[in-house]
Design a protein around this ligand. Structure first.
Ligand code: PXP
Length: 252
């Protein structure tokens, strides 16, 4: 792997599996998608093994881990803070784990993890994952109390949830989007001061990614739905390359 340009680009391939599962067969194979994403310059592969297995399956995660290991690319496994997922991640040993909130009825991960309220439950899980060699990230809102709570665990990373920002931006509500951006900037500074690496993800597109990528502390973007959707029109490789171009230029 060559030295990554900042911010690094993690490609979330869940929705290749969503399309596969719509027919129940093997095509399109998300692991083949991960391979194509790596060829297109992805710095990491992200996959969320949900409790209901609506997209990724257990066997996909094993194959993804083998692929990422052989390509020397980090696999970032997203998971809920449950005993079942903890056991799977401890066996799989992905390079990175991102703990996310999960509700069965939601369409996607809505809102950040409540590390303040759930500290007694989350901190021991983070400790076990970190002791097992995974770099642990907590998917939170860019709120001071959540950042401080994350810093009091063994997590090395916080990923700020950009979903509400993306909604405001996509709705044309620039004023509201700017308020979110301001919380990202101050939250990223605080996290950095507390020794946490800062990532961003959710709902990011060619149109709304630049101001997020421009935040100096932003080390990684994790992007899935838009890129996989856009790949239908322009192909996966051009979609990833265009996202990379925009993110890199935003930082220059
Ligand atoms: N980061 C995290 C922690 C997520 O849960 C998701 C969605 O699975 C993403 C990033 C990617 O979001 P999107 O698919 O909207 O790009």
């Amino acid at each position: 792997m060559t030295e990554a340009k900042l911010p690094r680009l993690g490609i979330n391939i869940d929705h290749i599996a969503t399309v596969r599962n719509a027919r129940g067969g093997e095509h399109p194979d998300p692991v083949a998608g991960a391979w194509a994403a790596i060829q297109a310059g992805a710095d990491g592969i992200t996959a969320h093994l949900r409790e209901d297995r609506r997209h990724m399956r257990d066997a996909d995660m094993v194959r993804l881990q083998l692929l990422c290991e052989s390509e020397n690319i980090p696999l970032n496994m997203e998971l809920a803070a449950t005993d079942e997922m903890l056991k799977i991640a401890l066996d799989l040993k992905p390079k990175a784990v991102c703990v996310v909130p999960e509700r069965r009825e939601e369409r996607t991960t809505e809102g950040g993890l409540d590390v303040v309220g759930g500290h007694n439950h989350i901190a021991p899980i983070v400790r076990e994952l970190a002791a097992n060699g995974s770099r642990v990230s907590l998917f939170i809102e860019a709120v001071d109390a959540q950042i401080r709570a994350a810093a009091s665990t063994d997590a090395q990373v916080v990923e700020f949830h950009t979903g509400a920002y993306a909604h405001a931006f996509d709705d044309g509500d620039q004023e509201k989007a700017d308020v979110y951006l301001e919380t990202f900037r101050s939250g990223a500074k605080l996290a950095d001061e507390l020794g946490l690496e800062v990532h961003f993800g959710h709902g990011l597109t060619f149109e709304n990614v630049a101001p997020v990528a421009a935040i100096p502390e932003c080390m990684e973007l994790n992007i899935g739905h838009f890129i996989i959707g856009e790949a239908i029109f322009m192909g996966l490789e051009p979609a990833i390359k265009e996202m990379r171009r925009i993110a890199t230029e935003a930082r220059a």
